[in-house]
Ligand binder design. Structure first.
Ligand SMILES: [Zn+2]
Length: 56
């Protein structure tokens, strides 16, 4: 799984008008899934199901 930072750099992610992360392909704002066993949050696109991890 890529980080959101890498996703932004590679153009897979963009910021929407409210400065939230969105999937570039679908234009959907990402959902957040918190995994208690991991130090990062998982951001998912509700449309295509792509996932990125958000660290910190
Ligand atoms: Zn998507």
């Amino acid at each position: 799984m890529k980080t959101t930072r890498k996703g932004m750099r590679e153009g897979e992610l963009e910021k929407d008008t409210y400065d939230r992360l969105a999937c570039s392909e679908c234009g959907e704002t990402l959902k957040t899934r918190n995994d208690p066993d991991e130090v990062f949050s998982v951001r998912t696109c509700p449309e295509c199901g792509a996932e990125w991890k958000e660290i910190g």
